[in-house]
Design a binder for this molecule. Structure first.
Ligand SMILES: *Cc1c(COP(=O)(O)O)cnc(C)c1O
Ligand SMILES: *[C@@H]1O[C@H](CO)[C@@H](O)[C@H](O)[C@H]1NC(C)=O
Ligand SMILES: *[C@H]1O[C@H](CO)[C@@H](O)[C@H](O)[C@H]1NC(C)=O
Length: 558
């Protein structure tokens, strides 16, 4: 503005002179040279982008990427498309029949015109839930991501709190001041647990995914402020898929660095160092990782990050609360991973895993309040006046927050210490069981909650599949193939039965060495040999299938 005024005030002779300069610059020769300078700059820029990409994934990575694109293009060709579709349908046929069978005889495709009576609704709900009830009671073989035992006084309290707050809305903190207080206090408790300094802060979110999304958003904004058009995050290939989602949503680049058995499947500073290019804004590490229960070497990574002036996010979603209270008892032998480690700039902690709260509560913590502020989106030009919410969500129910607050209070620090010690005992016992079975071994030194089982002798997916037939549902994964056991609070009571079933599964495989995996384990087994383009198609169709209301006896295919 001031500049514009200044030019207006300048004498006319100046304007004439500058007009002449512009005129001569835009003369032919000059246009050409300006154009070539522009082209050269553009070429240099793309060269830089390409060389960074090349540097990040290496020669073999480039070849693999090119091959993947080629296969994807080939799969789209009319002649191949039908074959691909057939393969995809074949892969999904058993999943579909398991999910939908012939169809649902009670499917409600449209909302009924007339209201149902409350007693009828309640009856129906009870009938549907009865089929799932075994998850909650007795010997639960289903590791359905339930980390606590949903029974007793705590659950009664949780239910009461829930119904009390069923109508609350965090948008109106003036109307529901108690919910605002609960939210702020929950964040403060988690910050203390992580040994954060007094200026540190956090956000209460709907889950680990949202926590990681918000952290990624903060780093993207930081990157933009530093003039990086497409900032990059470096992570181990053991990272949780939510960071892939975050990078996709927010237009960030992600480099996955493979972890190796030689480093105990932990991400090390040595592995990360060579990947730090000018566009890297943050390192993403896990404490512990979901596949292996391994804590990355976070003190080393923190030093590396701070020496390069970039961020370090610690994904403590899985081990949240559990790990802090294990540390407090000097049980484990790993590097520090919370705010005591220099260079850690943010941490995500799920309260709805080992915190025993119902699903829908997580906290993302920032060492520096400026980082948190980068996630805020204040809207000041709307017709509704000023609008801002702390997270990605707009209206939120307060019930889940009040319930998490009550749950954490019902434990207190000592309660969580005892809880962590019990999980730790089950974790050690489970490892003993696995190592006592010839042919099976624990893949690496797992620091907390997960026991990854590998085998040189057996197809581990076949082991998982036989266990699946016995009613256990276990996680499986690849690179290298493993079967993962996630230890929850109730597992102290079911480990004996697990041992029996594991031994008999192995005995069965000894007698039937050719046994082919079926069910979910088979799908995982097939992954390593199926092209990515087909896998992606299968996974997308799977989501479609999940969201499908299939009434009984329809012939149309999905
Ligand atoms: C569960 C988990 C997440 C994501 O949390 P959600 O609550 O499922 O959204 C992220 N990272 C790790 C390591 C996890 O185990
Ligand atoms: C839901 O909340 C409202 C408002 O607090 C309350 O009147 C009602 O009793 C609650 N419902 C239940 C089931 O408790
Ligand atoms: C969580 O763990 C405690 C202690 O092991 C257990 O008694 C309790 O039932 C669990 N929590 C919930 C929500 O039930």
């Amino acid at each position: 503005m001031a500049l514009a005024m200044l030019t207006v005030l300048l004498p006319r002779s100046f304007h004439q002179k500058s007009a002449r300069v512009v005129w001569t610059v835009s003369g032919n020769a000059h246009v050409n040279s300006a154009w070539s300078v522009f082209c050269a700059a553009l070429a240099l820029h793309s060269l830089r982008v390409w060389s960074i990409e090349w540097w990040q994934i290496g020669f073999r990575g480039m070849i693999a990427l090119a091959l993947r694109h080629l296969i994807a293009v080939a799969c789209g060709l009319p002649c191949l498309r039908n074959i691909v579709q057939r393969e995809v349908r074949k892969e999904l046929a058993s999943v579909e029949s398991k999910m939908h069978g012939q169809g649902d005889s009670q499917a409600l495709v449209k909302l009924p015109q007339e209201a149902w009576s409350c007693s009828r609704i309640w009856q129906q709900i009870q009938r549907f839930q009865a089929a799932e009830a075994s998850v909650y009671v007795g010997i639960a073989k289903k590791w359905a991501g339930i980390y606590h035992a949903p029974e007793g006084d705590l659950v009664n309290l949780q239910n009461k709190v829930w119904s009390l707050y069923n109508c609350s809305n965090t948008l109106y903190e003036g109307v529901f001041p108690s919910v605002r207080k609960f939210e702020a206090e929950l964040i403060s408790w988690i910050l203390h647990m992580l040994h954060a300094g007094t200026s540190s802060c956090g956000l209460l979110t709907s889950g680990g995914t949202e926590s990681v999304l918000l952290a990624a958003l903060a780093y993207r904004e930081l990157g933009h402020r530093r003039g990086i058009a497409t900032p990059r995050i470096l992570a181990a290939n053991t990272c949780h898929p939510c960071i892939v989602k975050a990078c996709h949503y927010f237009g960030l680049k992600l480099t996955k660095i493979p972890v190796h058995a030689s480093s105990g499947f932990a991400l090390t500073a040595a592995a990360v160092k060579s990947h730090i290019t000018g566009d890297v804004i943050c390192i993403y590490a896990s404490a512990p990782s979901f596949p292996h229960g391994v804590i990355d070497q976070i003190e080393d990574l923190g030093q590396l990050a701070s020496s390069h002036g970039i961020g370090l996010h610690v994904d403590n979603c899985l081990g949240g609360i559990l790990l802090s209270f294990l540390d407090a008892q000097d049980l484990p032998t790993h590097q520090r991973w919370d705010f005591r480690a220099e260079g850690v700039t943010s941490i995500s902690v799920d309260v709805h895993k080992y915190g025993n709260a119902s699903k829908g509560v997580s906290v993302v913590c920032f060492r520096d309040p400026e980082l948190r502020r980068l996630t805020y989106v204040p809207v000041t030009d709307g017709c509704e006046g000023l609008y801002v919410t702390p997270t990605m969500q707009g209206a939120r129910g307060g019930a889940i927050i009040a319930q998490a607050w009550a749950t954490m209070l019902s434990f207190g620090n000592h309660g969580y210490e005892r809880f962590a010690a019990e999980i730790h005992r089950s974790h050690l016992r489970c490892q003993e069981i696995v190592n006592s079975i010839p042919g099976l071994f624990v893949l690496c030194k797992c620091h907390a909650c997960i026991v990854p089982v590998g085998s040189k002798k057996y197809d581990i997916y076949a082991v998982a599949s036989v266990l699946e037939e016995k009613g256990w549902n276990l996680a499986t994964g690849q690179n290298p193939p493993y079967l993962g056991i996630c230890i929850g609070e109730r597992h102290s009571q079911i480990l004996d039965e697990f041992e029996q079933d594991l031994r008999s599964a192995i005995a069965y495989l000894d007698e039937n060495p050719g046994h082919k995996p079926t069910g979910a384990a088979a799908v995982y087994g097939a992954m390593s040999t199926t092209p990515t383009a087909i896998l992606e198609e299968v996974v997308k169709r799977y989501v479609d299938m999940r969201l499908w209301v299939k009434p009984l006896q329809v012939d149309t295919d999905l």
